[in-house]
Design a binder for this molecule. Structure first.
Ligand code: NAD
Length: 501
């Protein structure tokens, strides 16, 4: 019998006030892993009220002490890294080595952001008036709604929770319905650090119901959302009605450019990892390979022969290169993209089909697929979010940059070249929030800001020292110790005169 979960509100797992529930499945074999409630309006209200009372206590905790608890949570995660990693492979389907990497990312981020408790810097500035001192301080926004996708079911919640908590915000996490078990276990583990009751809350249910109710709740003062562009637009519009800040991290259509002077073997390795890591289900996945015509055949031949040796199967098996995609719907969408690529004149270089029968009969498996296409087709422009790589030939650097930029997204980009001038030119010309030189489009490090431009989001950044900006307000403070009324702009000239005479 699969385990039945409740909602995490006021420091306890509680039953939903409603009766509706949903199951979470193993994408490898379709097995039911657990049952979760669909939060009702009453449940969402209880979670938001809990976050409001948690916030009133948590904001009073000095930031270095908040950091101590976050560090303790990081150490708890370290102790249970293997257990959590295995759960990610089981529920999300990414191979175990990548799942371990994901948990490590959460540990690293918690350790990093814990230290921010001793910084949370403001500014001090001179005043235009004598005996007066000016500064800015950072204050928490309030209870935050965190809405997350399934593809990084632990590390994305960790980025949002870590940054919110160090800033003094309490949180209500609403994870994706494909991976609530990872989110629940993550919350259980970090809660053992001893955060005050109500600081961390978790609700489950559909985005359209639970997510919407949460964003609309008057106690919620900030929304941090990661997911697809169309959902992001809805969430943004909904937040706008309440005039609350909404931070959006959305999709990508990330190009990897290989110039004619590149180390081709290195570019092949990078492309394999970038395009087929997490079965292509990363916002930063390499989904377009732009190759200089002079090395086109050498590179694609090498790539195809490597992809055809990929071992596909149970993500918990250490020898597997690629696991299943998340669910049946995703599998159908990816297959329809492949079909549209072929319909639009694309040349299927390898893969292109679902894997069925035997070990694959109950899972959501697709062959790693490479399609030669031209810029402008659907598969060259739209986010596929699966193991499908579109390859496009170009003639010179300027054409490569033009194609790379001619999409609605702007998350990650990469160029392989040994020419330092071109590498630096690409850094300024590529319209993305992240650029890699001689490395694939995936593989961010947590102490650098993460986010994109154009339709990839609203321009903010997660991770790095900038992560706190999402969850804090700057307050400008003016301290007058002159013991008389001094009017800025109005008295400034006379005070200046006084001081000079
Ligand atoms: P999704 O947009 O379908 O769902 C994301 C979350 O939003 C889920 O928790 C879902 O339940 C919730 N949701 C859905 N409708 C909602 C609504 N109307 N109101 C409030 N919440 C709602 O995305 P997904 O399929 O879970 O994830 C894949 C997408 O996420 C891809 O586009 C990928 O590129 C993107 N992504 C972006 C980043 C990044 O940092 N830029 C990272 C990972 C994933």
């Amino acid at each position: 019998m699969e385990e039945e979960y409740g909602l995490y509100i006021n420091g306890k797992w509680v039953a939903s006030k409603g009766r509706e529930s949903f199951t979470t499945l193993n994408p490898y074999n379709g097995e039911v892993l657990a049952v979760f409630p669909k939060a009702t309006r009453e449940d969402v209200d209880a979670a938001a009220q809990s976050a409001l009372s948690g916030f009133k206590r948590w904001r009073e905790v000095p930031p270095p002490m908040r950091g101590e608890l976050i560090l303790k949570a990081a150490l708890n995660l370290e102790k249970r890294k293997e257990e959590l990693s295995r759960l990610i492979s089981l529920e999300n389907g990414k191979v175990i080595a990548e799942a371990r990497g994901e948990v490590q990312e959460a540990i690293d981020f918690f350790k990093y952001i814990a230290g921010e408790g001793r910084r949370l810097f403001g500014e001090t500035t001179p005043s235009e008036l004598p005996s007066k001192f000016n500064m800015t301080v950072r204050l928490p926004k309030g209870p935050a709604a965190l809405i997350t996708p399934w593809n990084f079911p632990v590390s994305i919640p960790s980025w949002k929770i870590g940054a919110a908590l160090i800033s003094g915000c309490s949180v209500v996490l609403k994870p994706a319905s494909d991976t609530p078990l990872c989110a629940a276990r993550f919350v259980e583990i970090i809660e053992e650090a001893g955060f005050p009751t109500g600081t961390i809350n978790l609700i489950t249910g559909t985005g359209a119901e639970a997510g919407t109710l949460l964003i609309d709740h008057p106690a919620i003062r900030a929304v941090s959302f990661t997911g697809g562009v169309s959902t992001g637009r809805e969430v943004y519009a909904q937040g706008a009605k309440r005039l609350i800040q909404v931070h959006l991290e959305l999709g990508g259509k990330n190009p990897l450019i290989v110039m004619d002077d590149a180390n081709i073997d290195l570019a092949v390795e990078g492309t394999l990892f970038g395009a087929f890591g997490t079965a292509g289900q990363r916002c930063t996945a390499t989904s377009r390979l732009l190759v200089h015509r002079d090395i086109y055949h050498e590179l694609t031949d090498k790539l195809i022969s490597r992809v055809e040796k990929f071992r596909i199967g149970n993500p918990l098996d250490e020898n597997i290169d690629m696991g299943p995609v998340i669910n049946r719907r995703a599998k159908d969408t990816i297959l329809s993209y492949i079909a549209s690529g072929v319909d639009e004149g694309g040349n299927l270089l390898t893969g292109g089909h679902a894997l069925e029968g035997g070990e694959y009969s109950k899972g959501n498996f697709i062959e790693p697929t490479i399609i030669e296409t031209r810029h402008g087709t659907r598969i060259s422009l739209e986010e596929i979010f699966g193991p499908v790589l579109s390859v496009i030939k170009f003639s010179d650097f300027n054409e490569a940059i033009r194609i790379a930029n001619d999409v609605q997204y702007g998350l990650s980009s990469s160029i392989y070249t040994r020419d330092i001038n071109r590498a630096f030119a690409a850094i300024s010309l590529l319209e993305t929030g992240i650029t890699y030189i001689n490395a694939p489009t995936i593989g961010a490090e947590i102490h650098l800001p993460f986010g994109g431009v154009k339709n990839t989001g609203t321009g903010g950044r997660e991770a790095g020292s900038t992560a706190i900006e999402e969850f804090t307000e700057l307050k400008s403070v003016f301290i007058d110790y002159s013991d008389r009324l001094q009017k800025a702009q109005i008295d400034t000239a006379s005070r200046f005169k006084e001081l000079l005479t």
